[in-house]
Design a protein around this ligand. Structure first.
Ligand code: DC
Length: 250
């Protein structure tokens, strides 16, 4: 599913250094975690744009390995083989090279898979792949290296808890399963695709269940995360709430 850059939203004026309390600076590492379809990508893109930071969605890496497994006919239930694949696969995230609503180019061993990782088949298998400790280790190390460079908004499930526990601002973006299924439904219908609300709700609940109950790095807010519940809020409201925390500085 293409995450769209939300140009239609009202831009908020660029924060001026003078608007920070004296002696403070903007957080350099911002972690945004939360369940599927809670609006993490939209919020992260807006924050990254406001601050001139790098945007990094770690979910694409789990999707890329899932695609690589399916593409090479590896059984996703074959944990050792999937973990070896994760260690050996080269994933590149680059600036978008085509004006087709992509946020980045996603390359697997130099092949452009930007849209292939958004198929239903990948979506149905990615939670299983993301639960393997060997996969998480291989991808997590790469993610941490990128995160440590700073001036970054990182999106995922375990950024604030595991990948970058020292992140200077941690936001846990939540929404009820019904709200999230409803948003997915609207997105699909607006794009002229077929959608069934009950099926979407079931898929959201299933992914929540796997992501929250896995043994390694389960989805949960970090102890020091700011929890933002987006039910019934527009993206502008969500962004405004997040910017209050950014403007507090560190
Ligand atoms: O955010 P997304 O839907 O693109 O994530 C795809 C899958 O990867 C989803 O099952 C959760 C998992 N994931 C994860 O376990 N840890 C992350 N840091 C990012 C995503």
């Amino acid at each position: 599913m293409p995450a769209q850059f939300p140009d239609r939203f009202t831009p908020v004026s660029k924060p001026a250094a003078g608007s920070l309390p004296p002696g403070r600076r903007f957080p350099s590492t911002i972690a945004i975690d939360g369940p599927a379809a809670s609006g993490k990508t939209t919020l992260a893109l807006l924050l990254a744009r406001q601050l001139g930071y790098l945007f990094f969605d770690t979910g694409v890496m789990y999707r890329a390995i899932t695609w690589a497994a399916l593409n090479s006919h590896v059984d996703v239930d074959d944990e050792p083989t999937v973990c070896t694949l994760a260690e050996q696969t080269q994933i590149d995230v680059r600036p978008a090279s085509k004006p087709d609503e992509r946020i980045n180019d996603i390359l697997v061993n130099h092949q452009d898979v930007t849209w292939d990782i958004r198929t239903k088949e990948v979506e149905a298998n990615v939670s299983v792949v993301a639960a393997y400790p060997g996969v998480r280790k291989a991808l997590g190390e790469a993610q941490r290296k990128v995160g440590l460079r700073g001036r970054i908004v990182m999106v995922g499930r375990d950024i604030g808890t595991v990948i970058l526990p020292e992140a200077e601002l941690k936001i846990y973006l939540d929404a009820s399963p019904e709200e999230r299924a409803h948003r997915r439904y609207k997105e699909l219908v607006e794009r002229g695709q077929q959608a069934n609300y009950e099926e979407l709700l079931a898929a959201v609940l299933k992914r929540d269940e796997i992501d929250s109950n896995r043994a390694v790095s389960p989805l949960r807010p970090a102890k020091d995360a700011r929890v933002l519940v987006s039910d019934g809020k527009s993206i502008d409201q969500v962004l405004a709430e997040a910017l209050v925390w950014v403007f507090e500085g560190v």
